[in-house]
Design a protein around this ligand. Structure first.
Ligand code: URA
Ligand code: CA
Length: 433
């Protein structure tokens, strides 16, 4: 087989066979095929697309390029949730204990944040002592006993995706639905999920800016999952404003605790219940979404979800007393209010800008080796649709420095106050096929 023939075939709009896809993925991973040929193929794929079979084959070729996590010793259907990335997206912290409280096993492998959004591990490390460096043996035992654990990314997962993603980044071929879909799905499948719930974000703070694009990406990922034997569904949810009120590591842990107590922000609670219901049904612990939702609400009301969060933290060395006393979480030295200069209704909050503002305070990383400040971040006091008077606090800044002028300006510039009482629908679509 020759790489040049594979490139020509895709250039001419033909479908590649499984053997051809395996050939180039393996050859590229092993440094036997040069960047320039793979770049050319990526560009041909960008323009000429791939059919469902090619997408599934590309995904599985990337899965096969490295280690695969074997979760077979864990009892039950392992349902993983994946978000395409949002600002202040606290759902994983809420969902892990919440669905585990209904005996759906949560065996999560998670990463750290890069850029303007935080990663789940960073957030959890705001709890003193909590660590994700546990052995696979411990991980399995904990999940079998208590249904929830998070382990740091280990091993050599999907090296083909790492190389291809880096190449696409510098050849203007990132933004292709089949390539994005196979990239994301390969990582979930290699991490061992039996079933996958996808939260595809749409809007200002998201990768996909329009609902059409988000729906296309979601359908592509759902097809791949179902074609390779993983029950997969997707929800398209709004990132037109940050999710909930808290952005920042310790602040989001506190927000998750409030939500598990039934006192969380409306949007975060709603999205958690929606995603959680899908996870519970896929995990076989409820027949219908309605039944699943009732059970989840029950676990919040009777305290079992919050209790599960404590057990989860303790199992991994964390100080569970923060649940009853959130004052024990890392605290910022300073608090500053960002006051509105006008009266009206909040019409828009730039999600990405809020993520960047939080990052400027030290909550996020610019490069992967940066230290982050777990205590700092933003608390949104006003969300879209809220009434505001001049002088009202829009946002509270939690900071460890007094130099927050640039952060204040960024926030004020990205809060649009107007005359209209707007409402942003949170859940846009559910895609099951
Ligand atoms: N995220 C991924 O993991 N892969 C892509 O190709 C794009 C976004
Ligand atoms: Ca939040």
């Amino acid at each position: 087989m020759r790489m040049v023939d594979i490139i020509a075939k895709k250039r001419d709009g033909e479908a590649l066979t499984k053997e051809e896809i395996d050939f180039f993925v393996e050859g590229y991973t092993n440094d036997e095929i040069p960047d320039y040929q793979v770049s050319s193929l990526m560009m041909a794929m960008f323009f000429n697309d791939m059919n469902d079979e090619e997408r599934a084959n590309l995904t599985m070729a990337m899965v096969a390029s490295g280690d695969q996590i074997d979760l077979s010793e864990i009892e039950g259907v392992k349902v993983d949730k994946h978000s395409t990335g949002g600002v202040g997206d606290t759902t994983t912290l809420v969902l892990a204990p919440l669905v585990a409280a209904l005996d759906v096993p949560v065996a999560k492998m998670s990463g750290r944040g890069l850029g303007h959004t935080g990663g789940t591990i960073d957030k959890l490390e705001a709890v003193e002592g909590f660590h994700v460096e546990i052995s696979e043996r411990e991980f399995t035992d904990i999940v079998n006993r208590d249904k929830v654990a998070v382990i740091g990314q280990s091993g050599n997962l999907t090296p083909a995706d790492k190389k291809l993603y880096a190449l696409r980044d510098v050849t203007a071929t990132v933004n292709s639905i089949p390539l994005i879909a196979s990239s994301i799905m390969s990582k979930k499948i290699a991490a061992g999920a039996d079933a996958i719930v996808l939260d595809v974000k749409v809007g200002d703070g998201a990768f996909m800016k329009t609902e059409e694009d988000a729906a296309e990406l979601a359908s592509a990922m759902v097809s791949i999952g179902n074609n390779v034997g993983r029950n997969t569904m997707a929800i398209i949810s709004s990132m037109e404003e940050p999710l909930g009120r808290a952005i920042g590591n310790a602040l989001e842990v506190q927000e998750a605790i409030e939500t598990l107590r039934g006192e969380g922000p409306r949007d975060l609670t709603e999205l958690s219940l929606e995603l959680g219901s899908q996870m519970v049904v896929l995990g076989g612990k409820a027949e219908t979404l309605e039944e699943a939702r009732e059970k989840l609400q029950g676990a919040i009301e009777d305290g079992s979800a919050l209790e599960k969060f404590k057990v989860f933290l303790e199992n991994q060395g964390g100080d569970a007393s923060i649940v009853d006393d959130t004052g024990r979480l890392p605290q910022a030295k300073f608090k500053f209010e960002v006051e509105s200069t006008e009266a009206g209704y909040v019409e828009e909050i730039g999600s990405e800008a809020m993520g960047v503002a939080s990052s400027m305070l030290g909550a996020g990383r610019q490069t992967k080796d940066d230290e982050i400040d777990l205590a700092v971040g933003l608390m949104l006091n006003k969300k879209v649709g809220d009434r505001v008077e001049a002088g009202d606090s829009l946002v509270t800044i939690y900071s460890n420095t007094e130099a927050v002028e640039a952060v204040k300006t960024k926030i004020l510039d990205n809060y649009k106050i107007g005359g209209e009482e707007k409402d942003i629908p949170l859940i846009r679509k559910v895609i099951t096929e």
